[in-house]
Structures are given as structure tokens and as C-alpha cells.
Design a binder for this molecule. Structure first.
Ligand SMILES: [Zn+2]
Length: 68
């Protein structure tokens, strides 16, 4: 069964609830019975990201030949 996490917008209480396919309404907060809850993303997918390719290309200052 799909279990989704919700957070109450009133008391910020986080709870889990089952979401049936036929039941499309959000659950209510079990703490304060508030109806406005936000569904959280499932924290199960972790993928590496933010690694830029082609690092380097650092322009070092050349040592000018002194004298001459
Ligand atoms: Zn609440």
C-alpha cells in the first residue's frame, strides 16, 4: 500500500497516511484535526547530482621572463 507523508500546516505535525486510489482527499491532522495538510515527497530516492563535468581549465598567471 502506498504510504505518503503529510505535514500539518497548522501545527507542523508530520504523520503518515495511506492513500487509496479511490480516496483523493487529503487526510486531516491527527493532532489538531486541521484539514490543510501538505503532502511530502517520499524520501526514498537519493541520486547523486551537482557534480559539474569538465572541471579545471584554470588560467594560471604565466611567469613573465624577467630581464632580457
Ligand atoms: Zn495539526
Amino acid at each position: 500500500m502506498p504510504i505518503f507523508e503529510f505535514v500539518c500546516e497548522k501545527c507542523n505535525h508530520q504523520f503518515e497516511s495511506l492513500m487509496m486510489a479511490s480516496d483523493r482527499k487529503n487526510p486531516v491532522c491527527p493532532e489538531c484535526s486541521h484539514k490543510k495538510v501538505k503532502k511530502l515527497m517520499s524520501a526514498g530516492s537519493v541520486r547523486p547530482q551537482g557534480i559539474p563535468s569538465g572541471s579545471g581549465g584554470f588560467a594560471l598567471p604565466k611567469c613573465a621572463p624577467a630581464g632580457g
